[in-house]
Ligand binder design. Sequence first.
Ligand code: NAD
Ligand code: TDX
Length: 352
Amino acid sequence: MKTYLITGGCGFIGSNFIKYLFSKQENVFVINVDNLTYAGNYSNLQEFDNNKNYVFVRADIADKSAIEVIFEKYNIDFLVNFAAESHVDRSIVDPETFIKTNVLGTTNLLNIAKKNWMINNSDQYLEGKKYIQISTDEVYGSLGKEGLFTENTPLDPHSPYSASKASADLIVKSFYDTFKMPINITRCSNNYGPYQFPEKLIPLVISNCLNHENIPIYGDGMNIRDWLFVEDHCSAIDLVIDNGKLGEVYNIGGNNETTNIEMVKSIINYINKNVDENVDENLIRYVSDRKGHDRRYGIDASKIKADLGWSPLTQYSKGIIQTINWYLDNTDWLDEIKNGKYRKLAEKEVCS
Ligand code: NAD
Ligand code: TDX
């Protein structure tokens, strides 16, 4: 039985990852630490309420005593850090919150994991322990028309969000270089799928289509993102946890680049044909560009493919339809997430 401390498990990718873990093997114990910010939804994992191998703890990853108590109580094998402030637009308005969680929170987790896993202040660690930092392709900055990000591309973040993630990556790396702490860092491209907060482009477009609201396109709509179905991200992380070589960074991506406007139009057209003929491209509104807007992301995932045998299973054309249909089937989730009902429920009912 392996014990996973998952942080940020009530968010988009974390909740998909916990579902993935339990679907793949029953022989796991999961402690989900999440402080339920606006982006965290306790209800995403309510199906595990009565699972004896699942524990939810409401805590901030930057809270020393809360994290220490968890390490005292449980014999943690893997710490997988998903917890983060994750929205670029919010980081432009309020950078400090991003530094607190993404940089100081990560440092706190590293310090406490090191203290608990290191043997007698040496470079030796208890067998089988590992810290995995869930990072992003945004740390590499922006690409021109040609080329892809490899693990050796220099870090060149532009937004306070990506700068905070790059800072965290460097702190994680420093714990490997200085203390030989067992770590991996993963850097993934844009994810899409169920349970994504509707401030991010894909669920925002679906939600606005359903409500006949305008769809804001930043700048000329020609920025390019490399989309990966969230379950394929989860399978890659799972492989890195089990087989990633200590100290290594692994890029993860779907080799599926598209311009924002092309992607938005394809969603609108699918909804027009299959759901509501009153939804059409007239909803699109070109608005001022995001400050510091990265033009193009594209991941070279050849290292994780060659070294760990990973490959994505979901084609974008199928994954996007599956995703649109998930939001259509879960309009209650969309409505209630917007008014924060699930978070309020958790505040009342969940112990910390
Ligand atoms: P999200 O915003 O949906 O979820 C973040 C979760 O972390 C929420 O449940 C929130 O409550 C929790 N959280 C925030 N601050 C916390 C704190 N101080 N203490 C405890 N919990 C806290 O984010 P996501 O899209 O699921 O992203 C998860 C991770 O993956 C992030 O680290 C992000 O940088 C990275 N990532 C995301 C994408 C993407 O496309 N969404 C791509 C690559 C990497
Ligand atoms: O209303 C919008 N209009 C628009 O044109 C929004 C919300 C976004 N956009 C553009 C900006 C980006 O070019 O769409 C693209 C995607 O935007 P987001 O969904 O905000 O994602 P992005 O900024 O690319 O970052 C995402 O992927 C990498 C996640 O939010 C990050 O957490 C992850 O690290």
